[in-house]
Design a protein around this ligand. Sequence first.
Ligand code: GAP
Length: 473
Amino acid sequence: MKPIEMNDIVNLAKNRWFVYAWSEIYGWLANSWDYGPYGARMKENIKNLWIKEFVQKKDDMMLLDSAILMNPQVWVASGHVWGFSDPLIDDKNTNERFRADKLLEDLINNLWDNANILIEKYGVTNLIPESWSVEKQKEVMVWEKVKNPNNWKEWNWTDIKKFNLMFKTFQWVTDDSSATIFMRPETAQWIFVNFQNIVRTSRRKIPFWVAQVWKAFRNEITPGNFIFRTREFEQMEIEYFCEPGKDLETHAEWKENCRIFLIETLWLKEESLRFRDHDKDELSHYSNATTDVEFKFPFGWWELRGIADRTDFDLKAHMRESKVDLSYFDPVNNRKFIPYVIEPSVWLTRLFLATLVDAYTIEWDWEDTRTYLKLDPKIAPITVWILPVVKKISDIAKPIFKQLSEDFVCEYDDVGSVGKRYARFDEIGTPFCITIDSENYDAWNVTIRYRDTMEQELVEISKLNEFIRGKLK
Ligand code: GAP
């Protein structure tokens, strides 16, 4: 069987109204994407399932919505102003820009088992270039003769600069540096900055969690791979506040929570996922434990989401900068402490892409192939498609659309052959089609057709909504 390629996913997403190139009539703004009617709905469904699992079903969880533009001191305290950067390198021959650590990752991947020789040769402790100094990255690039991946010509690299990923803008009617503010590169900081307000107004006792889903922005050096790495995206973050000392066991519990959500709710395949714990020398200076959940995309294994034990680093940093006490008073044990934080963080758009990849199914039989999206019916953009076999019976089919759309997201389609219509609805991942013909209608029945098996059965019109509701449970 031919492996699924990224082009298959991109073509389906574009042709079936899931994702469009942004500003296309003006020649596109590179790596920005719009979500069409089906993509927008599918993204919303994933977000709502995440909110249902992690907010609605928990009695110690709050969902918040914070401002995109925050006081710039927030980003000084969090370390983003000085430290949130990627290593930028230019090819002087072509003026193209690259992320040095990504070029080195490609080098390591191409060396396969021989990559270990780099450890001794260059005195590094691991094969994770992101954790090496920029001087070390440049040294390895020069001595290993890393070439421009776009033309494979000899290298002519500049020195590596640290490029800050935060988008800047200005507030007030001036554009000098005193008016500079940043578009948030993550949603997490707002939760730390408001920790005191949250404790006071919610009267929650530790452990409790705070969740946020909304936009964040990063001026990525090399966005790409369709919607995998973009400059604007929706982030879904949870900050789980716990007692110091309980952080490692909570981190382990969160790994399991995330695994269950990805497999049971999003229907990602077990074999498409791997959980990679960071080694000691890969851990950020503030972290006690971090796990990357990696997904098998058609372009290789890449990070889907992260689960980090951030200790008390952020609350302490904001205490230092703001001079405001952000410690917590535990009324049960009569003691004051600065909570530790576990942070499961994920980008909605990356989950969306992973869900499309694992749902993309091709079936071959002797004379034909069938392509469909095997999505959980709760994620599918359209739950029920209503189709009269011929257009002229729309007077009996339209009332069925009206009846079903009271409870489900439906579409009505009476154009083209029934087979072609089924093929289109399958590619959009529609789990149920309701086909109406005069003969069955006269006996008060319609036919329901299932996407995955293509089986069909008769259902009484008066029981149709209840029947489909039962299938969605
Ligand atoms: N508050 C923590 C935080 O933002 P991160 O590791 O920078 O952590 C979390 O990002 C997740 O977001 C990562 O696991 C990664 O999968 C995803 N992500 C990061 N940058 C992205 C981008 N430019 N486009 C899409 N997803 C991205």
